[in-house]
Design a protein around this ligand. Structure first.
Ligand SMILES: Cc1cc2nc3c(=O)[nH]c(=O)nc-3n(C[C@H](O)[C@H](O)[C@H](O)COP(=O)(O)O)c2cc1C
Length: 296
């Protein structure tokens, strides 16, 4: 994946794997290609009031609001343990302003994280969570982060929709120095509590993830991978190894697994093994042989 060496293309998605400690009690998390941390901010954040999760028959709505211990506590308390597992670590970053993104990236630049993923698209912080909906705002955040990251690989994680189109946003991220675009974050969605007649979540809109969004995310990856020169990481509803193959065939260089971890804690290694068997069965020497074949 660009300058980040992954043992396989399966990455744990941000916010669905914490800092790897709980899953690490269940299996060796270095079997995954990489671990994306929970979104990190400059200061600790308590997150949104409950309820924060709402199940639907085909996916999950969340409104966590970026609860995290802050970047300094992460570097002190979580990263050393995470690195000892042997996992490749990608730090997911969010800022309330371009300056805050820059400061968090600066704090990570000289750390042992293997790459930084900018979350340009948090649906759960009203008003300021979504620079990724706009090409100019994306260019500013990625440009500042690029300088602050010094030599660290930098990825840009996009929202699932942008008023002037996601392609322009992805291209802006690329031009500003992102080495990969990750698509996508959860979809803005709504649930109404029919007992009260009110929206379930305090922020009204929450992020939809899980199996229902897979075809939508697949279409985004298909379109973006045609329009940018940097790798595209596919995210959205991936639950089985077959889903992951679809994303690779649509053009993805790697995939991230989010909500599926909540359904089955072994989802990550199960998908890794399924991909391995698929490669062997098809006699593939490299994913390059089928990457983007859906375009041809
Ligand atoms: C509970 C929860 C928390 C999340 N937290 C973050 C986060 O902190 N940063 C981020 O970039 N994405 C976050 N996401 C989005 C996921 O990383 C992923 O983009 C999205 O859920 C779609 O993938 P999935 O359908 O496989 O879950 C979160 C998703 C969920 C369900």
């Amino acid at each position: 994946m660009g300058r980040v060496l992954l043992g396989n293309p399966v990455v744990a998605a941000s916010g669905c794997f914490g800092f790897g400690a709980e899953y690490g009690e269940v299996y060796d998390i270095s079997r995954l290609g990489a671990i994306c941390t929970k979104g990190l901010t400059l200061r600790p954040r308590a997150g949104n009031p409950p309820p924060r999760l709402w199940e639907t028959p085909c996916g999950l709505l969340n409104s966590i609001g970026l609860e995290n211990p802050g970047v300094e506590a992460f570097l002190r308390e979580e990263l050393p343990r995470l690195k000892r597992t042997g996992a490749v670590v990608i730090a997911n970053v969010w800022g309330a302003s371009p300056e805050e993104y820059e400061q968090v990236v600066q704090a990570l630049a000289s750390s042992a994280v293997d790459a930084i993923e900018l979350n340009l698209s948090c649906p759960n912080v009203p008003g300021k969570g979504m620079p990724g909906r706009d090409a100019a705002a994306t260019a500013e955040v990625v440009g500042r982060a690029r300088a602050a990251a010094r030599g660290k690989p930098l990825w840009a994680k996009l929202p699932p929709e942008a008023p002037a189109g996601l392609v322009a946003v992805a291209q802006a991220a690329q031009e500003a120095g992102a080495e990969a675009v990750c698509a996508a974050n959860s979809f803005p969605a709504l649930a109404v509590d029919i007992r009260t007649g009110r929206p379930v979540f305090a922020n009204v809109v929450a992020g939809m993830s899980g199996p229902a969004i897979k075809p939508l995310a697949l279409r985004i990856v298909y379109e973006l991978s045609r329009e940018v020169d940097i790798p595209v990481v596919g995210i959205g509803g991936i639950t089985t190894w077959e889903d992951a193959v679809e994303f690779i065939m649509a053009g993805a260089h790697a995939v991230q697994i989010g909500t599926a971890n909540f359904i089955d804690p072994y989802a990550g290694p199960r998908i890794v093994e399924g991909l391995r068997a698929f490669m062997e069965g098809r006699g593939l020497g490299s994913w390059e042989e089928i990457r983007g074949c859906a375009h041809r």
